[in-house]
Design a protein around this ligand. Structure first.
Ligand code: HAM
Length: 425
């Protein structure tokens, strides 16, 4: 084979699309029911947008961005995440003057130069939501409730909600210092990345998957004693609201998330069935991003994104519980000689206009092959049209399950299928 897929990318084949279609339908409908509107932003953005929002010390910016220079010399990236582009659009498209909160959802293809493994790709897709303009803990609880509702509709009740707070800039400053003091005494046991993180962003050490770093993390100081009263109250407010909504959660003191823009609440829904890449959905509050990094007006904000590949992978085992589209043909039409091929397309056209799945033999296969193909393609009915049928206008439709035949006029085929008459055969 001359050309292959680029490492870390995937081809999404029809059977997977049938599952993905259900996911897209459920999450879109759920987002609308929470008052969100759909937005699409470009896959290409300026590199600076991510350096300033996701963070110049984050893994995404330091190691994973697909960067390119266009013909005019602009530094661009294939976007590695959705939030920054939505925030840019929020400012640039003047959504800042819309009534608050402004609630947006999106489907986006993203690119990260990560080490590919099960559930982790270099090109992947997300469904994401962003809510601008509310600082209330109710907004945090509502967005978590949106995630919970759509996951429940997709028959996931066993995903665990991990939640934490990262405090505001003020409480995080003291916490950072405490972390640096603690980790300095283990500096030589930390991995090379974490030794650097000690200087750039010590909170990220809490998230490191390296076994020796993980051991040091176990006894590291937790943020909660360092929280200011406002952040403490905010977090208690979110948890209280989740209790009322009966959304179970686990307060995970080590949850920090990999993007630098977060403040206060962060959360993830985690599955035990995906190995190391078990986070299906992650998000949090980012109150400083729009004003401090993107020169927009002061705008509290919160959002999350869900990986479509991971959720679809988990749904594979639930195919029978879902209202999946069938792509099997209801009718397979074979034809032999004369104008029967065109006649087949004509018959199919009426049925297809009414959304019935019809497959027409375009090659004029022999009779044996026709039966084989109809069976292989899982067709329910078979119609064979030869010159005789064309002349008389009378055909025989075969039910491939019961093996019964029904004779009828060609003109009666649409009503046979579309009015449900076929149920009698
Ligand atoms: P994230 O945690 O980087 O957050 O990604 C969200 C989800 O995207 C993950 O939980 C995972 O399901 C999926 N995902 C991430 N990386 C990959 C990958 N390499 N391959 C396959 N799936 C992946 C964000 O992107 C934030 N923008 C979320 C957010 C929105 N925060 C606030 N608003």
């Amino acid at each position: 084979m001359k050309y292959k897929r680029v490492k870390g990318t995937r081809d999404i084949l029809p059977q997977e699309w049938i599952l993905r279609e259900v996911v897209i339908d459920v999450v879109r409908t759920t987002a609308y029911s929470f008052g969100y509107g759909e937005i699409t932003t470009p896959i290409l953005e300026e590199a600076g947008l991510f350096i300033h929002s996701v963070g110049d010390a984050s893994d995404i910016v330091t190691k994973e961005m697909y960067t390119l220079v266009d013909k005019a010399g602009r530094d661009l990236v294939l976007i590695p995440e959705g939030t920054a582009g939505i925030c840019r659009a929020y400012i640039e498209s003047k959504m800042t003057v819309w009534p608050k909160p402004v609630k947006l959802f999106y489907f986006q293809r993203l690119f990260r130069y990560e080490k590919p493994q099960k559930g982790r790709y270099r090109e992947f897709s997300q469904f994401g939501v962003e809510c601008f303009g509310s600082q209330s803990p109710t907004a945090d609880a509502e967005i978590i409730s949106l995630a919970h509702t759509m996951l429940k509709k997709l028959h996931f009740s066993s995903l665990t909600l991990h939640i934490n707070t990262l405090g505001c800039d003020a409480c995080r400053k003291e916490y950072r210092e405490a972390l640096v003091r603690y980790f300095l005494s283990f500096e030589s046991t930390l991995c090379e990345d974490c030794q650097n993180r000690l200087k750039t962003n010590p909170l990220r050490i809490l998230d490191c998957k390296n076994p020796s770093c993980k051991q040091c993390v176990a006894d590291a100081p937790k943020i909660h004693p360092y929280l200011c009263d406002v952040c403490k109250e905010h977090f208690q407010g979110v948890l209280g609201c989740l209790d009322v909504l009966k959304i179970p959660y686990f307060v995970d003191y080590e949850l920090v998330r990999g993007l630098d823009y977060y403040t206060q609440t962060v959360f993830e829904f985690i599955s035990q069935d995906l190995g190391a890449q078990g986070t299906v959905l992650g998000g949090g509050r980012y109150d400083g991003l729009i004003e401090k990094e993107l020169d927009g007006p002061p705008t509290p904000a919160i959002g999350f994104a869900m990986g479509l590949e991971r959720i679809t992978m988990l749904l594979e085992t639930k195919r029978t519980e879902l209202p999946l589209r069938t792509i099997d043909p209801m009718l397979y039409i074979a034809n032999f000689g004369g104008n029967t091929a065109t006649l087949s397309l004509q018959i199919a056209q009426d049925l297809r206009q009414n959304n019935m799945n019809v497959l027409v033999d375009l090659e004029g296969k022999g009779m044996k092959k026709v039966f084989e193909t109809a069976e292989k393609r899982n067709a329910k009915y078979l119609l064979v049209i030869g010159e005789e049928e064309e002349k008389t206008g009378i055909v025989s439709i075969r039910n491939l399950t019961t093996r019964e035949n029904k004779e009828l006029e060609i003109s009666a085929i649409p009503s046979f299928f579309l009015k449900g008459d076929q149920n009698e055969v």
